[in-house]
Design a protein around this ligand. Structure first.
Ligand code: FAD
Length: 462
């Protein structure tokens, strides 16, 4: 009997799963395994919202495997040690897994390969499972990765996608391999009250609904804050309960500017993955340094706390930060505005903002989060590093009637229409009745400080 292990990581699905398909094709029995990796907890990456969503995903994966005659084996501890233990228990011949591109994933893969080799067991790593086009497949002539999105997108769009694989009909798991009990989302403390539920079944339903109604007008409405007209599929893409390859195949059957704009957003994921694969240090170091000397955490302590807690006195910024805390998710326009406010208006290091986002975002992802933060801070791949979003102008444009802002900043719900964006314009007495803070900074002062700092850094570097 040939036994293979399929090590699930960020690919928690049965549809379009190349490692699962390869294992089933080559073996008589397969052990579907998930290891709750102690190193992820130790690195501080195990945020409650993601752990709760993960619990849903694992429960659904187990259900989907049981429907095919199998089950999910769950272990926790050091990933390499646990895989080796299961190899011994199942007398396995090979291990299949999807490629990961962060420095953590690459180190983990190296350690696992080495440990398995010592036991005479092969590790087969499958690329292009988490992304549509794997990092390194499209590269410019002169470098190992694209540093600018537009040329990347041109090449990416011309790639032929692999076929999307159907879910297996049957999964046979060998006897005698023990599993820990699955944890439930209710076991996790400090979860955001409005957190979405996870799992492949819900992800597939969500995508089907999105294809039916939503994607056709995505190009027109994706920046509309109150309309909430984006797919909300990001946690599913992060946990791999949806396959980007399958999504693209299904999207290509749709015509029009809506699906085209959505495909472009999916390309951004692949863009940032190929940047991170080539420059793993970009998760914590500037990708393109502007020689910033950010305000010290001591000096900016109160501003940082006000930003985190949604009490900056700029209603649209506070609305977005409160949405993040309540749902573990934030609209993309909100992410851009709050990141611009922290890094450019308050001139606080992007790493502080990125860390706060990672502590709450259900889709919190090293490539997408750190590199979007760097894009906004001007230390990343944006070709206009000094770009600043004015929160007032942006609020009037993307939340013209103030509906989104009032939804989250409930103390201002009595302020009708766009007046909600400028409570400081109210007469003093009326203003006091709202119990909403005054702005923590004058926007022009913030902008001048930022410009002076960048100019000074530029002169010093010259
Ligand atoms: P949709 O608009 O429906 O887009 C579809 C999918 O395309 C998304 O699910 C996502 O996978 C991808 N996508 C869209 N925009 C981007 C983008 N700018 N970069 C990379 N991929 C994109 N996205 C994350 O998945 N995880 C993060 O941790 C994350 N952190 C961010 C931090 C900042 C400061 C900013 C500005 C953006 C961040 N994003 C992150 C990107 C983007 O905001 C989210 O992917 C998007 O808001 C998710 O909502 P949605 O699924 O409804 O998106």
């Amino acid at each position: 009997m040939i036994v293979s292990i399929v090590l699930f990581t960020s690919d928690l699905r049965v549809h379009d799963h190349p490692p699962l398909r390869a294992a089933l094709d080559g073996a008589t029995a397969v052990v579907p395994l998930f290891v709750r990796d102690r190193a992820v907890d130790a690195a501080g990456f195990a945020a409650p919202n993601r752990l709760a969503f993960l619990a849903d995903c694992l429960a659904d994966l187990d259900t989907n495997l049981r429907a095919r005659g199998g089950r999910l084996i769950v272990r926790s501890g050091d990933l390499v040690e646990e895989v080796c233990r299961v190899v011994a228990e199942a007398d396995a011949d090979e291990v299949h897994m999807s490629a990961g591109y962060s420095s953590h994933a690459q180190r983990r893969e190296d350690r696992l390969r080495h440990a398995l080799e010592e036991r005479g067991v092969r590790l087969l790593v499958h690329g292009g499972v988490g992304s549509a086009v794997a990092p390194g497949v499209v590269t410019p002539a002169s470098s190992d990765h694209f540093a600018v999105f537009t040329p990347f997108f041109r090449h990416w769009s011309q790639q032929r996608l692999r076929e999307a694989l159907a879910a297996p009909r049957a999964v046979r798991v060998p006897d005698g391999v023990a599993s820990e009990a699955l944890s439930a989302r209710s076991d996790v403390a400090d979860v955001s009250p409005g957190l979405a539920r996870g799992g492949e079944s819900l992800g597939r339903e969500g995508f089907t609904a999105w294809l039916r109604a939503g994607v056709s007008v995505y190009d027109e409405h994706h920046d509309d804050l109150p309309g909430d007209a984006t797919s909300r599929l990001s946690p599913h893409l992060h946990f791999g309960t949806l396959s980007a390859v399958e999504l693209l195949h299904r999207l290509r059957k749709k015509q029009g500017p809506g699906p085209a704009a959505f495909v472009r957003q999916l390309a951004w994921r692949d863009f940032y993955q190929q940047v991170l694969a080539a420059r793993p240090d970009a998760s914590c170091s500037d990708y393109r340094s502007q020689q910033d000397v950010w305000r010290g955490t001591q000096e900016a302590q109160e501003d940082i706390a006000a930003w985190r807690e949604g009490r900056t006195g700029y209603p649209v910024i506070d609305a977005a930060m409160r949405q993040l805390r309540h749902e573990g998710w934030m609209h993309n326009r909100g992410r851009l505005l709050t990141a611009s406010f922290l890094t450019k208006t308050l001139y606080v290091d992007w790493r502080i903002g990125a860390q706060h986002f990672l502590s709450l975002l259900v889709d919190g992802d090293i490539a997408n989060n750190q590199l979007n933060w760097q894009w906004m801070a001007g230390t990343g791949t944006d070709t206009r590093p000094n770009r600043v979003f004015n929160p007032l102008a942006q609020a009037k444009r993307h939340d013209p009637d103030g509906v989104y802002t009032r939804r989250w900043v409930t103390e201002l719900e009595g302020l009708k229409g766009p007046a909600v964006h400028e409570p400081w314009k109210l007469p003093q007495l009326e203003r006091a009745a709202y119990r909403y803070p005054d702005p923590i900074i004058d926007l022009a002062d913030g902008l001048n400080r930022f410009r002076r700092a960048r100019e000074g850094a530029r002169k010093q570097a010259a």
